[in-house]
Design a protein around this ligand. Structure first.
Ligand code: SF4
Ligand code: SF4
Length: 278
């Protein structure tokens, strides 16, 4: 994303919009500028603000005159008064930033918007996690911290070394050069995205082993890590990982229920496997 300096009138409206804090007014040029390294190409500034098409020269003149009278020109807070934002023609590898950060962008690898995976929210339809298995979701960068792929790779390599099987229908897995080692394409390692999700599966009896790995690696990463573990409930609605996670200091809070009303496409889904608890 770029801000056209000939159009920006430094009203400052866009500064708090950016989740990465990448926009700031340069006092020397009296224009807003985007720190290209911090920008994850989420397009929130471009999409989230109304674009008015006032003449920048006129706005600057009005501001100057009002300034003499100690008055301010304040456009509505959700407006860029001069339509100064200009999306870049993103090329590889930078375009990967938008794929993972712009919620309206669709991941080509999975056909899913945003972070590119429905996780286990639709497990009753997809049957990804079956009875006796545990699905792990390791989420990086959320909220509003961001993550470099080099940090994601540190986690995926540790998980692979511990025996993880990564979910094939996941955009991060698609970017791996060797899923058995957890290595990610070298040309994107220094690209930063708003957030990303790694998914893997193991057996219920190995849950604590992988929680150990994640807890060991996460503090050394330059981002925030969230962990989700899911398994299929039995016929009574009990879930085998609840006690395991509670023992590890992650008590289960039933704060959100996803009801799957879709078509069952996975014939192996057991009749009792009607949901998953994350
Ligand atoms: S909202 Fe538009 S005019 Fe105002 S500082 Fe941002 S880019 Fe410049
Ligand atoms: S595209 Fe997103 S990260 Fe980049 S400047 Fe705009 S709001 Fe900030």
């Amino acid at each position: 994303m770029k801000i056209n300096p000939s159009r920006c009138v430094a009203c400052g409206n866009c500064v708090p919009i950016c989740p990465m804090g990448a926009i700031a007014i340069n006092p020397a040029t009296k224009r807003s500028e985007i720190d290209r390294e911090s920008c994850v190409e989420c397009y929130l500034c471009f999409r989230g603000m109304s674009q008015e098409h006032l003449n920048p020269t006129m706005v600057r003149a009005v501001r100057t005159v009002l300034g003499w009278a100690r008055l301010r020109f304040d456009p509505e807070p959700d407006v860029c008064p001069t339509a100064a934002f200009e999306p870049d023609d993103l090329q590889w590898p930078r375009v990967i930033r938008r794929a993972f950060s712009d919620v309206t962008a669709t991941h080509e690898s999975t056909g899913v918007h945003g972070r590119g995976t429905e996780e286990v929210k639709t497990n009753d339809v997809t049957g990804r996690v079956k009875a006796g298995e545990a699905g792990f979701v390791v989420e990086f960068g959320r909220p509003a911290v961001g993550v470099y792929f080099r940090d994601i790779q540190r986690m995926t390599m540790a998980l692979a070394a511990a025996g993880a099987t990564f979910e094939p229908n996941n955009p991060v897995t698609h970017l791996m050069t060797d899923a058995s080692r957890g290595t990610i394409r070298e040309d994107i390692l220094n690209e930063k995205v708003l957030s990303a999700i790694v998914e893997m599966k193991t057996s219920v009896d190995r849950v604590e082993h992988f929680v150990d790995v994640i807890e060991r690696v996460a503090p050394d990463l330059d981002t925030v890590v969230s962990l989700g573990v899911s398994s299929v409930c039995d016929a009574k609605g009990d879930n085998p990982i609840e006690a395991i996670m509670a023992r590890r200091g992650y008590p289960i809070v039933r704060g959100k229920t996803n009801l799957g009303l879709g078509r069952v496409t996975n014939p192996q889904t057991a009749p009792s496997a009607v949901g998953a608890t994350a």
